[in-house]
Design a protein around this ligand. Structure first.
Ligand code: GLU
Length: 492
């Protein structure tokens, strides 16, 4: 069997949507599992839609996810370059000529206005084997007329779709697909600007770059019959196809869009993007505090599942487990809470030393063991590292403000007395969370005070907040000196 070679082929028309990242990820995983190549090809033949900075963004996004290509744009290796379609113009010209000479494609001179007129006049009008004879093209005109127009007019090249033929192809996700050519129009394969359209460039490149499997989004499924016809026309063997399910809005209907992200407050792009034309900023997962490993894990599950209960997969585990046969046909609903859940899981599993570094960024000047102890306490309590700045602050300085709402609701007339009593008791207690809790319980029982009421009084005094990590463990970390000191100053 020939080598597995897959490509991710984005058009640089803006930032890469997470759907695109997922396509790249599945290609990467498929290549890794089969010991194949993962290629990045930039499909930039539509110059009207070209956006400055988009290619760079795509590369950075793949890198952040840990799925950089091993061949193609951004990578000097590879014998099949150039990998940017705009640099391959001459190559396509040669192949268009070949199709024209073999009567499998033809020149068309119809102006956009003439085409619009037809479409307006006839409902569902198509440029195809039924209508091509009545249009202005090298099939309907004489050789002399054609040559004359070629010298003076803009022209496009259209594929001559064979009449009434059944086209079959196999999709690794969807099974065998059959379609009759009568529903396909004579698509433009070469434009008046001297560049091929997506369809032609895509299949010429997939052939020349020896791509074995085309793994891409479902939106390209309707184009595949045309691609199969083009492979046939050239006498080339088509690659295997796999069309990935759409990523759906959280509500379950329709494709997930940037607007859904704006509306519901989650990013739809891996990295932040600043639109070069408008300056508008779109948020990214990275800048919003998501870990790359969590994002990759979350994306892997949008359309694929391992068939077991296991949900947490590192990239290298995914490389071993991923299988196209477990990719579903139906759309995958995006779930922002699940994305957060994945992030929380990865934070929980972060090594103490790495977690401690995040604390150090906000709070300088403490020793490593202290950071580590605080880290342990917060591991299961946060979804984003950025929460530490506020939530862990009390470990690094005594509170100066006390949460107003909690004070109003929970600070009672006898709260001050309770704190003072407990300060004395704690001072005489062995300073472990277990002993502190015992002493606390004995006190509230003896005094017949509510556990919660006393607890919140101490918490407010020590942390300034109404909620936080386990109070007794926090006290053990803060130490006797700090605790006693803080308890001498009552909140106000
Ligand atoms: N340039 C196409 C895109 O932007 C590539 C589709 C394909 O993979 O064939 O998605």
């Amino acid at each position: 069997m020939s080598k597995v070679r897959v490509r991710f082929a984005p058009s640089p028309t803006g930032p890469l949507h997470i759907g695109g990242v997922r396509t790249a990820l599945y290609n990467y995983l498929f290549a890794k599992k089969q010991g194949g190549d993962f290629i990045l090809r930039i499909e930039d033949t539509d110059q009207k839609r070209y956006v400055q900075g988009a290619e760079d963004y795509i590369l950075k996004a793949l890198e952040w996810c840990g799925i950089a290509p091993n061949e193609g744009v951004g990578n000097d290796k590879g014998d099949f370059g150039p990998y940017r379609q705009s640099e391959r113009k001459e190559i396509y010209q040669k192949y268009v000529q070949q199709l024209i000479e073999q009567d499998k494609a033809y020149y068309a001179f119809d102006t956009p206005e003439e085409l619009d007129q037809k479409r307006d006049a006839v409902e569902n009008w198509k440029y195809d084997y039924n209508t091509r004879a009545e249009m202005k093209n090298s099939l309907s005109l004489s050789e002399d007329q054609t040559q004359a127009l070629l010298a003076t007019e803009n022209y496009t090249v259209r594929i001559k779709i064979p009449a009434d033929q059944d086209i079959y192809f196999n999709d690794l996700v969807r099974g065998e697909i059959k379609i009759n050519t009568s529903s396909i129009d004579d698509k433009v394969i070469f434009k008046s600007d001297g560049l091929p359209t997506y369809h032609l460039a895509n299949i010429v490149d997939d052939h020349l770059m020896q791509i074995s499997h085309v793994i891409r989004g479902e939106e390209w499924l309707p184009s595949t019959p045309l691609h199969v016809i083009l492979y046939d026309a050239f006498g080339w063997r088509a690659p295997e196809f796999a069309h990935l399910p759409l990523i759906l809005k959280p509500e379950g209907k329709g494709k997930l869009s940037k607007r859904d992200g704006d509306r519901l407050g989650f990013p739809v792009f891996p990295l932040q993007w600043k639109d070069p034309a408008t300056g508008e900023i779109s948020s990214g997962y990275k800048e919003s505090g998501y870990l790359n490993s969590a994002v990759v894990n979350m994306l892997a599950f949008l359309g694929w599942n391992p068939g077991t209960e296991q949900e947490l997969f590192s990239l290298s585990e995914l490389e071993k487990s991923f299988d196209l046969s477990r990719v579903g046909k139906s759309g995958a609903r995006f779930d922002a809470d699940k994305a957060k859940w994945f992030n929380a899981q990865y934070i929980k599993n972060t090594e103490d030393a790495v977690f401690a570094d995040h604390l150090k960024q906000h709070f300088e000047g403490f020793d490593q063991d202290y950071y580590r102890s605080v880290a342990k306490l917060f591991k299961e309590r946060i979804t984003f590292f950025s929460e530490l700045k506020d939530k862990a602050a009390f470990f690094f300085s005594a509170p100066e403000h006390y949460d107003e709402k909690t004070m109003k609701k929970k600070w009672k007339d006898d709260s001050g007395q309770i704190v003072q009593d407990l300060a004395k008791i704690f001072n005489d207690t062995d300073f472990s969370s277990y002993q502190l809790k015992q002493a606390f319980e004995e006190y509230v029982q003896a005094k017949e005070i509510g556990f919660g009421k006393a607890m919140i009084a101490v918490r407010l005094t020590l942390t300034g907040k109404g909620a936080g990590p386990d109070l007794f463990e926090s006290m053990q970390i803060l130490g006797v000196k700090e605790v006693t000191q803080r308890m001498q100053k009552l909140p106000a």
